[in-house]
Design a binder for this molecule. Structure first.
Ligand code: XBP
Ligand code: MG
Length: 256
């Protein structure tokens, strides 16, 4: 069986808790700026997260909550321009330093890199959101640590479709069995499993606690930091380090 060679990270909810105070207010700013009285509060946004991808989420909202817009000429242009402005607002928020990486993320990335474990991202969000988050929350050279940043519209179908994971594996040139995937949502878990990524860790995030993570090997609060009682899972070490990920990989595939 293949040895563990790469970690593939989801972004939103996994590298950083971006949804409630990042993407959500950025959507609302774009709506207001366009003269629309749409306001996605915390609860509504939780429902809308069933659909991944910002453009897809706006369309889902129109279909369910504002169906009168469906008959409008230029609906596709409206969605595209709202999403463009949303991305601009989101990038500004990231640049203001409002969104930190989750505890343990930089520690684990540093440890993996030092051990020669390759790093990749597989996300539905816009590519620039990923590089800007990494730069602003982790340091200007952090994007370069990732050999592959698979993001956004580079594939036809977003999570829970497996496309973005297939794309990342293809770019890494690795079989799924050589990787550990780290996700925070049921949609992400489904996408990873459909791409045959079975060594799968879930770190719960604001909106995803309580979702169905069947098929994941381990579900933890977060990666945590050493000695941090709020980190990781009780009884299995106090944080998720590289050794914990090797162990998780062995649980699925056996010793290599
Ligand atoms: C994250 C998302 C993203 C963001 C919005 O899902 O659903 O769509 O909410 O990003 P995951 P864009 O963590 O499973 O990748 O607006 O740039 O699409
Ligand atoms: Mg996510």
């Amino acid at each position: 069986m293949a040895a563990l060679q790469a970690l593939i990270f989801d972004v939103d909810g996994t590298l950083a808790d971006t949804e409630a105070d990042g993407h959500r207010p950025a959507f609302n700013l774009a709506f207001r700026e366009a003269g629309l009285d749409w306001e996605w509060d915390l609860e509504l946004y939780g429902q809308l997260l069933a659909v991944t991808g910002g453009k897809e989420r706006i369309l889902h909202y129109i279909e369910g909550w504002r169906p009168e817009f469906l008959a409008r000429p230029g609906l596709g242009d409206l969605v595209a321009s709202l999403h463009r402005r949303k991305t601009a607002h989101y990038l500004a928020l990231l640049r203001s330093g409002a969104i930190p990486l989750r505890p343990g993320v930089l520690r684990l990335l540093t440890e993996a890199r030092a051990a020669g474990i390759r790093l990749a991202v597989a996300t539905t969000t816009t590519p620039e959101n990923v590089t800007t988050l990494l730069e602003c929350a982790g340091g200007h050279d952090l994007p370069g640590w990732f050999e592959v940043i698979a993001a956004g519209d580079v594939v036809p179908a977003k999570k829970p479709a497996p496309d973005i994971y297939h794309y990342a594996l293809d770019r890494l040139g690795l079989p799924a069995a050589a990787c550990v995937a780290i996700e925070d949502s049921a949609n992400g878990v489904r996408a990873a499993l459909r791409a045959d990524l079975r060594a799968l860790l879930v770190t719960l995030s604001t909106y995803t606690r309580g979702e169905d993570f069947s098929g994941a090997v381990r579900v933890v609060e977060g990666l945590g930091e050493p000695g941090d009682s709020a980190g990781a899972t009780a009884g299995e070490g106090d944080c998720i380090d590289l050794a914990a990920l090797f162990d998780l990989h062995r649980r699925v595939y056996g010793p290599t």
